[in-house]
Design a protein around this ligand. Sequence first.
Ligand code: DQA
Length: 146
Amino acid sequence: MSDKPVIFVLNGPNLNLLGLREPEIYGSDTLDDIAGKLEDRAQELGVDVEVRQSNHEGHLIDWIHEAQGDNAKAILLNAAGFTHTSVALHDAIKAVSVPVIEVHLSNPHAREAFRHKSYVGEAAKGTISGFGAFSYLLALDAAMQL
Ligand code: DQA
């Protein structure tokens, strides 16, 4: 195991379909493409990234707890649809001292009203949204400033 600081990058439901899923909204990069870009940038920054995806809310919660146990420097969290519904994710973010940066490819505030509420954003350190795959890279740079 490397002794570099680690940043968890957690992705929620349907993000395994990136590249195929509504590309006019989410772009043509797959999650693997985004992970590759994050790994390249992380190497330049001297950190490790641990990129994961799950369609299950409980996995995301367990991984937030794991990030705390592993003393992660930060968590970049794209909770996808759970962003707008999950009190449990809000509570998990509040329960750990690892700073969480909310990430979205699209800008939820410019979309349907049901996306304007973010339980994640109300607990997160900050939010980066609307820049497509680049949102993740901006969030990684932001995490390095914390
Ligand atoms: C998303 C925005 C959410 O509203 C949506 O449910 C997603 C993706 C984004 O990255 O733009 O699944 O989190």
